[in-house]
Write a new protein. Structure first.
Ligand code: C5P
Length: 242
């Protein structure tokens, strides 16, 4: 992770958002700090991003209560900033910390430990042309149901995609979307629905492209997901040293 030169702002910055409380996980501490085969969940993706030759700066967004004494295992050079109430607030805090320093910004969920270097490269390359998200095809048949749970119809799945992180943005685009957010372009209650960053672009009519995601790039939401992640390491599907 070479140092970025603020004067040229040519580099790539990565924001890892990890300020959530993880209520669905149901443990005493947020899922991103739970041990995953010897390292906290969050440490896995931070290490991959720090070690990636295309990534110049890494910002980790933590809950405000953790910022004063951040985890000792965070690698040197990683900037820690306090997040906000909603994910979008945390991304904005990370983007502000990078402001002006980089030309491209990746936004990654700290709850996805198994992001691969190859996926980071695909997103970095894709983001040079505009916002980009990694996606994977939907294998299941998808139904739409009414409020009572009765089937209303079948949704053709050939053009449906599941969306992952890291998502990549030209810094100017990400900052513009957040500046409009600050200016009240949409209502605060929408913030809870902003589960990814491409959504901001979609609302502004900015084209978002896709690159192939990675089925191993699991998001840890429940205790079952953590068990699956551990099994992926123990069976060698994910290299323990990643
Ligand atoms: O809640 P969910 O799992 O969708 O959160 C996705 C990511 O966003 C997690 O890594 C979580 O820590 C982060 N987040 C955040 N600030 C919030 C809410 C979520 O950084 N206020």
């Amino acid at each position: 992770m070479p140092a970025a030169d603020p004067a040229t702002a040519r580099g790539v910055g990565a924001i890892v958002v990890a300020a959530g409380q993880g209520h669905r996980f149901g443990a005493s501490r947020p899922k991103q700090f739970v041990d995953l085969c010897g390292m906290p969940v969050l440490a896995w993706s931070v290490r991959t991003l720090v070690n990636h030759s295309a990534v110049d700066r890494v910002v980790v967004v933590l809950a405000p209560s953790r910022v004063a004494s951040p985890p000792a295992w965070l690698p040197d050079g990683v900037l820690v900033v306090p997040g906000g109430v909603f994910r979008a607030d945390s991304v904005r805090a990370g983007a502000a910390a990078l402001a002006g320093d980089v030309e491209t910004v990746l936004v990654h969920d700290g709850a996805r430990p198994f992001v691969s270097a190859e996926l980071v490269s695909r997103v970095v390359d894709g983001a040079r042309g505009g916002p980009v998200v990694p996606v994977i095809a939907v294998d299941d048949t998808v139904k739409r149901v009414d409020e009572g749970g009765w089937i209303e119809g079948t949704v053709p799945r050939d053009r449906l995609r599941r969306v992952q992180t890291p998502q990549g943005f030209p810094a100017a685009v990400l900052n513009r979307t957040h500046a409009l957010d600050d200016a009240g372009a949409w209502k605060a209650q929408d913030a809870a629905a902003m589960t990814d960053d491409a959504l901001l672009c979609e609302r502004l009519g900015i084209d978002v492209s896709t690159v192939e995601g990675d089925p191993a790039n699991l998001k840890i939401t429940t205790a079952r997901d953590l068990a699956l992640a551990r099994a992926m390491i123990e069976t060698g599907l994910i290299a323990a040293g990643n």
